[in-house]
Design a protein around this ligand. Structure first.
Ligand code: 3HC
Length: 695
């Protein structure tokens, strides 16, 4: 990297502006100031006929510098820089490559022509950060693509490739070669007239009220909680109604409103959480090479895991106990793959590879002798798992990684059964494993550093967010879930209906309330865990038995057609199951409880306070490395609303002292459940935040 992130040079009569701000050329203050003065200098240089901008390294500008959001703005702003480029008397062309996103694309749109190298991706991800494009993007994009296409891009945050951008008119041409050379060529073509140029802001926009109305209705239906998408539509609408300068002024006002919104802070936290979790103590270890995967178990989890690996290009051997089980597992994988082809996630060519041998099956673990990584996804029972691991110890090659997908069990005890505990790790996938992004990498006492690093490397290849977890009952996610699930049960015991609890949490932003999720996952799973732990349940703990009663009646949720709700082809909406309500009523009576009403606010407060309490304990005892890791687990594996940032991010916005007071208040009813975590108390006493522990 050169000392200043923006440098200029003259090649013939072309003035080149190079942007070099690793890793992604974010438009930080120095970059913005550098571009503005480079344009001034080259515009004043009589030896320059055209100016060409390009990015050094892997990408043109990937957007505004997200780390600057929330800090005092520094002039020149990105909006000014884009308008400054557009106003330049000499033609300016942008040569874009890599991921030209957000403010990077806006700078390109401020130029008078755009050339993209093959492989370029463009898009406006601002909405995923709770923002709208704030440097003219909402005004200039519609001038090139029309209202409808611009709306789709800006409200979805999706990236498109260079060919699609060319078709839409966002770019003018495809280039080739290294960025600097391609930029010189683009400049020369501008001078020769081979590449036409014009100011985007001088183009008109055809009104399209129908597209605006349709998008408004879609957002109201699909994203009723979000602030930014509606502002995106308002800004794009202005492009057809106002002159560009006024449109840009309106865009600025809307952008600033988004910048101030708590949703922006939550979404930016989620962006950094996704990246922060990769910073682990084992990051410098070299991952072991992994190509061949063994998956033991062809049930929902095993099939999902096999599908995830096949989709990412690995070869997979599935092992089941017998031919029937194997056939069922393979059929599930085939169904998953067919679905992936339909959704455009898998090419026909890769499917042909898979069918030609990348996916095989066997009925003994001996078939896994050549596997580099073996993931056991068998029945959730310690004896079953230990038996499999002692078989694997004999069958697997030296250096193979032996992973268990257990959701709750002690990975140390599983590792101890083998002669190679350093090679044993937990890789906890979430169902459906080929869809859900979270992977808990559970590090046991003796797990080797390079085995941990391999878990993270594999997760990256699978497109998953890996979070490092220590060994304990349920690791990070299920341990926290086991705790807040009880808060939901106590709310129901004390008077709220399952549907009221669900509605309150759905209004808060969860895609599904907890009872709908329990029904989907199957009530029998938690029932089995409750039975397993019954002997160790503390006498002081309140116990809500209505879910056991439901299970004893064979009602396990969606798969049996009855759970907390009723399911079936002839069932409309989400009616509550009267039998579940009767069991609840009976348990209330047995416990001598007079049901009371809870407001939606109180339901949300109790549920989240319980979640935060166990999340704090998970950080305190080192099961999670940092608070931000816990946030990532809940965001990517448990449907926590992304715009709320995660439970411990939310905790900081509430404040530790207030949370302590809340828990002490609840503890008057139930001192055993509502114990204040010592870490939370310390933060409250020292007036500190969980964020201060993120390092
Ligand atoms: N600002 C600041 N830091 C950024 C950044 C940005 N825009 N984009 C990426 N980074 C950082 C990451 O945090 C990471 O830092 P770390 O190494 O310390 O963890 C590093 O750059 C590398 O990023 P990734 O690990 O994500 O690298 P990838 O190669 O996987 O992905 C990328 C590259 C596609 C550019 C991805 O980083 C990305 O999507 N970045 C965000 C792009 C974006 O949202 N741009 C719009 C910003 S908002 C805007 O422009 C407002 C404007 O309209 C006014």
């Amino acid at each position: 990297m050169s000392e200043t992130p923006v440098t200029t040079e003259r090649v013939g009569r072309i003035g080149l502006v190079a942007i070099d701000n690793p890793p992604v050329n974010a438009a930080s203050h120095a970059v913005r100031a550098g571009i503005a003065s480079a344009i001034d200098a080259l515009a004043a240089d009589d030896g320059v006929d055209a100016i060409a901008l390009y990015g050094v390294g892997r990408t043109f500008i990937a957007g505004a510098d997200i780390r600057e959001f929330g800090k005092p703005p520094q002039s020149p702003g990105l909006t000014q820089v884009c308008s400054h480029i557009e106003a330049c008397a000499k033609p300016v062309v942008a040569l874009i490559h890599g991921t030209t996103l957000g403010g990077g694309l806006e700078i390109a749109l401020g130029c008078h022509a755009r050339v993209a190298l093959p492989g370029t991706q463009v898009g406006f991800p601002e909405v995923t950060l709770g923002l709208i494009p704030g440097a003219g993007g909402t005004q200039r994009a519609p001038r090139l693509t029309g209202i409808k296409a611009a709306l789709d891009l800006i409200t979805s945050g999706k990236r498109i490739d260079a060919d699609a951008a060319l078709t839409l008119g966002l770019i003018d041409r495809l280039g080739e070669g290294p960025p600097r050379e391609a930029a010189i060529k683009a400049g020369e073509d501008i001078v020769s007239g081979a590449l036409p140029h014009r100011r985007t802001g001088e183009l008109g926009v055809a009104p399209d009220e129908a597209a605006l109305d349709a998008k408004t209705a879609e957002i109201a239906r699909k994203q009723p909680n979000l602030f930014a998408p509606v502002r995106c539509v308002e800004a794009v609408a202005a492009s057809a109604r106002l002159p560009i300068a006024d449109g840009i002024a309106l865009e600025r006002t809307l952008f600033e409103a988004c910048l101030e919104s708590p949703q922006r802070a939550g979404l930016v936290h989620a962006f950094f959480a996704e990246r922060a979790v990769a910073k682990i103590p084992e990051a410098s270890a070299t991952p072991r090479p992994v190509e061949r995967i063994g998956v033991i178990g062809g049930g929902t989890m095993g099939s999902g895991i096999a599908t995830a690996f096949l989709l990412a290009g690995y070869s997979v051997t599935m092992v089941e106990r017998d031919a029937d089980g194997l056939a069922r597992g393979q059929a599930t994988v085939e169904k998953n793959l067919a679905g992936a082809v339909k959704r455009g996630k898998l090419s026909e060519a890769r499917l042909a590879d898979i069918n030609a041998g990348a996916f095989s099956g066997a009925t003994t673990v001996d078939a896994l002798a050549e596997a580099d990584l073996i993931i056991e996804a068998a029945f959730e029972d310690m004896a079953v798992k230990q038996d499999l691991f002692s078989q694997l110890d004999k069958a697997a090659k030296k250096g193979a990684i032996l992973a268990t997908n257990t959701s709750y069990l002690d990975v140390d005890a599983i590792a101890a059964i083998t002669s190679r505990p350093a090679d044993v790790i937990g890789l906890h996938f979430f169902s459906p494993a080929h869809v859900m992004r979270l992977l808990e990498v559970v590090v046991a006492d003796k797990t080797a550093a390079d085995v941990v690093a391999t878990g993270f490397a594999v997760a990256r290849k699978l497109g998953k967010v890996a979070v490092r977890a220590g060994v304990c009952e349920g690791f990070i996610g299920n341990r926290i879930l086991s705790h807040y699930r009880k808060a939901a049960e106590y709310l129901v015991m004390d008077g709220a209906s399952p549907a009221e609890v669900d509605r309150a949490l759905e209004d808060f932003g969860f895609a599904m309330g907890p009872h709908a999720v329990f029904d989907l996952a199957g009530l029998d799973i938690a029932w089995a865990a409750r039975k397993r732990l019954a002997a160790t349940r503390p006498a002081e703990e309140r116990y809500a038995a209505y879910a056991d009663k439901l299970c004893e009646a064979g009602q396990f949720g969606r798969k049996t057609g009855r759970g907390f709700y009723l399911y079936g082809e002839d069932v409309d909406g989400r009616p509550q199951n009267p039998e579940a309500l009767a069991f609840i009523e009976a348990e209330r009576e047995k416990a001598g409880i007079t049901p009371r009403t809870f407001s939606a606010e109180e339901i949300v407060q109790r549920y989240l306070t319980a979640m935060i309490a166990e999340a704090a304990r998970v950080v305190e005892d080192g099961t999670a490395l940092r608070p931000i890791d816990v946030d990532a687990v809940l965001l990517f594996g448990y449907g926590f609303p992304r715009f709320r940032g995660g439970p411990l991010f939310l905790a900081d916005t509430i404040g530790a002292a207030r949370l302590v007071r809340r828990m002490e208040d609840y503890a008057q009813e139930d001192p055993f459940y509502w114990q204040v975590p010592p870490l939370l108390r310390t933060l409250a006493e020292e007036d500190r935040t969980f964020a201060s522990l993120n390092g």
